[in-house]
Design a protein around this ligand. Structure first.
Ligand code: PRP
Ligand code: URA
Length: 213
């Protein structure tokens, strides 16, 4: 039997997500639509990711009587990896408006494919939160591993990675360096090309979101 790529890999193969992902892959999809799709997919995926998050009871007074409802037991911190992660974080904040947000600026050196860090602003009490790192592309895994390193350095224990597309190479790198961090992706693509792009992929997510490149 084949070894799994990562002990905690979740592929969210919901038909609505797959349909939106297919439109996002399409090179003729306009920038504004691509942006909407990324945000919508992130919402659907985070809905699944948070399925087992613990809740605590709260009392609520309806117009008729008191009853017991539920709220999330832990604070959530969404950590977009700039730039492309911002395209997912926005949607997630519509679903979890009370979430804290930490920003990590990382870009990939186009020649070496090594991550270059340029910004780090995490909430002071991030360690007490349930952290969701968001970045649409898990390619070599360099950026994701770097982001998880920074979040773990705060003492945070409950960390998950949410992406849109993952390459086997990036999943294997995460399995080696952070096997304890679950990965949620909408698809596992075939491979990386010689420039480190995910194949078949969707191209450069940041450029497609922001009209650069
Ligand atoms: C992209 C993507 C990831 C990274 C993935 O960012 O959003 O952060 O590449 O590649 P890796 O797994 O090989 O590290 P990019 O460097 O293009 O920066 P951008 O989001 O600012 O465009
Ligand atoms: N970053 C992207 O935006 N796309 C890829 O295919 C790989 C890394």
């Amino acid at each position: 039997m084949n070894q799994p790529l990562h002990p905690n890999l979740h592929v969210t193969a919901h038909p609505l997500i797959q349909q939106k992902l297919t439109r996002a892959r399409d090179k003729t999809t306009a920038r504004e639509t691509f942006r909407d799709l990324l945000s919508e997919i992130a919402v659907l995926m985070v809905f699944e990711l948070t399925r087992d998050f613990p809740v605590k009871p709260v009392e609520v007074q309806t117009p008729l009587e008191k009853t017991t409802g539920a709220v999330l037991a832990a604070d959530i911190c969404v950590v977009p990896v700039l730039r492309a992660g911002l395209g997912m974080a926005e949607g997630i904040l519509h679903l979890i408006p009370q979430a804290r947000v930490g920003h990590l600026g990382v870009y990939r050196n186009e020649q070496t494919l090594q991550p270059v860090a340029y910004f780090n602003k995490l909430p002071a009490d991030v360690a007490k939160t349930s952290v969701i790192i968001v970045d649409p592309m898990l390619a070599t895994g360099g950026s994701a591993v770097h982001a998880v390193n920074l979040v773990k350095a705060t003492g945070a224990k409950h960390i998950q990675l949410l992406c849109l597309l993952a390459a086997p190479e990036g999943i294997a790198r995460m399995a080696k360096e952070h096997p304890d961090v679950p990965i949620h992706t909408a698809a596992v693509d075939r491979e990386l090309d010689h420039r480190g792009y995910i194949m078949p992929g969707l191209g450069d997510a940041g450029d497609r979101l922001y009209g650069t490149g």
